[in-house]
Write a protein that binds this ligand. Sequence first.
Ligand SMILES: *Cc1c(COP(=O)(O)O)cnc(C)c1O
Length: 360
Amino acid sequence: MSVDLSVFGGVSPAHNDFRSDTLTTPTLETVQAISNSTLGDAVYEEDDKTHELEQYVAILLNKPKGLFCVSGTMSNQIAVRTHLKQPPHSVLCDYRGHIFVNEAGGLATLSQAMVQPIHPKNGKYMTLVDDIEPNFIPDDGEIHGAPTKVIALENTLHGMVYPIEEIKRISVFCKENDVKLHLDGARLWDALVHDELPLLEYGQYFDSISICLSKGIGAPIGSILVGDEKYITKANHFRKQQGGGVRQSGILAAMALAAIKGNFPKFAQVHQYTKEVADVCDLLDIPLEHPPQTNFIFIDPSKNIAKLVEILTAAGLKVNSGRLAFHHQITRESVDKIIQVLKEWWLKHNKESGSGTYYK
Ligand SMILES: *Cc1c(COP(=O)(O)O)cnc(C)c1O
């Protein structure tokens, strides 16, 4: 009996879904890749496909070793846990950081860490001079604070690419001050589409990097944590403790490898669609939080988002906030539709109110 895979070959159910880039569905190539899977037990470190995936990503990021984790949350949390030793200690990160806001308080419970959430002075990304140095708590014998032991950056953050010159400065500071530098690179793939920096160079600036397979890349599960040998060996210990030891993960690894190879080349087109819609917003005076750089548009949250969500939903598009996420399964038709709705709304409003903007 053969299995009917046609459901994976057609237009994805995510074709009109702008809520998140996690909503992509496995492509036919990704599902077919299961037939290349190996069936070893990865907890025994006996699965070749899992090892191939871990090595593939480690080599891309120029680190000695990789560890397959079930989610980006898990890889971030075990990354920090592995860097930290004994409290009191603090983790310094952007106040919008996923690691702080969206991981169920994991830093407090799993790492017993204080968090220093920083509002970047420039409103975009933390800089060494304005944000990190003034907030850094040294481990110098002063007994009132919780010394900063990990700095966690995120790239991309709100769809913005972290400037490499700043990463370099922060990296030097961390090395000089015995602080570990972690990168939550859930969407590092997106940064790489435009970035000045080749993928290979990232590794040298960070002690650990986590990169997602289930966001834009479109694998059903997973994230890879990379670092040096000793670090990854310990991280594997914490992964097991947190219930993340997956047995026949070769099936998932085969899918992830196919997803990287098949879908990453589509990112430039995804970013092009994003820019196209953003340009229309600009033309129609729909204010954006910042110019889009990758696959997100953030409509200024101080405006009437509820109304916009309502009309886009009525037009058959899936949107749940002022954040529009683009991914490789968003179709040309969906892009055209969103543009058309925005234009019609603009016309209708101008006819009724005579006002140039409708976001009052
Ligand atoms: C989604 C995301 C994660 C976590 O990934 P999950 O696989 O959903 O746990 C971590 N960091 C960032 C920046 C993310 O966007």
